[in-house]
Design a binder for this molecule. Sequence first.
Ligand code: TPP
Length: 578
Amino acid sequence: MQAASAVEQSVADVIARFLVSQGVQRVYGLCGGHIMPIWMRLDAHGIRLIDVRDERAAVYMAHAEAELTHGLGVALVTAGPGVTNAITGIANAHVARASVLVLSGTSPTAQDNRGGLQDLNHTAMVSGITRYARSVSHPALVLQELNEAVSRALGHGADSGPAYLDFPVDTLRSVVPQAVQLPEFFVKHEAPISSPSPHSVKAAVDLLWHAKRPLFISGRGARKAGPALKQLLSLLGAVYLDTGESKGLVPEDHPSVVAAMRGNVMSQADLVITLGRKLDFQLAYGSPAVFGEAKFLRLADNTAELRDNRRGTVELLADVNQSLLAIIEAGKDRQAATDKTWAGGLRDQHLARAEKLQQSMRQAPAGSDGLMHPNRLLSALRDALPADSVVVADGGDFLSFTRVGLPATTYLDPGSLGCIGVGTPFGVAASLVHPDRIVVVATGDGAFGFNAMEIDTAVRHQAPVLIVVANNGSWAIEVRDQQETHGKVVGTRLQFADHAAMAISFGMHAQRVEREEDLDDAIAKALQNRPALLDVLVTPEAASSDAKSGLAWVPDLQALSAWDDAERQWRETPPSRT
Ligand SMILES: Cc1ncc(C[n+]2csc(CCOP(=O)(O)OP(=O)(O)O)c2C)c(N)n1
């Protein structure tokens, strides 16, 4: 055993003190000898360890924590298979730009590369999916490396994303000279707030106040700009679409919201304003084949969200909230040119469609198998959940039904990596971050299976999550693709397994629901007995909008069949540019 004073000045202790200084309250992890010194010092310094059942889940949970707190999420995973298990989570955080710090251990320095226990070159494996990946073997460098890693993870001055650090276990046990433990290394990293140049603000105002059909699209970079965004939308009478990254930012009752008219509005706008949003596959890569002649105005605090796929006629590289405030200040006395008939018409059509959707969800017919339509389940959830619930959606068809049918002010899903299986871990972390709000995970049975063991974590940590499994006994969206594309179904059927029985065996309140008439009561009981799971049998025959759009088939040029056709046609048409 080490002397107490040596432990308190050890690298492991410095890591724990540093995390405390950054406001970290929870670390998600799975134990192992190579990280035990950190584990024990985290506990000694009052950081709560959320011990999970697979390292992948630890990173997903840290990801959800980061997204919901707008801060840092931390995962601690052991060497070798601990890191390889974590890799899908790291990749997902990389694509989602989530501020996750992953910490691990490595072989003792004297055994490095000798075939030691769990000896792998971790940094080489994660370097392509992290903003920063280093092995820190010198005790005096630990604080410098931690500060750099956190800064990169938070994305100050660049895009945010996962950062990775590991330490040989003997380094973790080594003493950090007190002289190098400078106080400034323990100062919390605050986000810099950058302002746009007056010149670019003026150019943006000119574009915005001349536009007849302005369309705003928000992403993760707009999350802190809700009030300013609402104000600017009202000033201009513009129309607005959110994306999975920013769902709930502008409330449904704002007259600019036209979510149900997504397809139409994208091709009609004459000015598209992206707010901290990449023009990825979900936005047709910003292609003129889909957006027509529209000009683009792009606002982001990092170049990754400012210039991907499509340059803006005007580009504001600054804090999105500051840019919006500056635009409002400079333009507020002008007369907007927005075509009110166009915007109002879209809003009316949106409201009519949204109303119709609610009606049709309530009456959605059962399948020929007699099982309820997933929209019946969602409709019952919609009626039961408070407006400020946190919604986590996961799966194929069921994710699509949930995204469209279940409103949310706070929302998480597998994101553009399409990383199904995140649902339960995201939900567990979300319910720890927001213990006073209802957190519901709406997941397909296939997606649930990836991290189903985390129901154990939820029970042990009393994480008050409600998991709703839409059990259709299949990877349904893939079944449909096989039926339509290949005329044969193979390897895509599951069992109608009893997930409620599984949850009960781990001590969770759970109920299997087979009949529509039992839904309301089951949901009410589950809400009162969280953590809880409902295993609801639904028909695999219901085709979601994602199934109909061709997403599962993965077309060559664009993500959706209609966009793919448009893109092909556009590429074949000679340009009429002058
Ligand atoms: C990790 C991972 N594996 C496979 C896929 C491909 N995939 C996308 S949706 C889907 C089916 C999901 O099934 P389920 O969760 O049961 O939802 P359902 O479509 O049945 O509603 C699959 C296998 C993926 N996106 N991610």
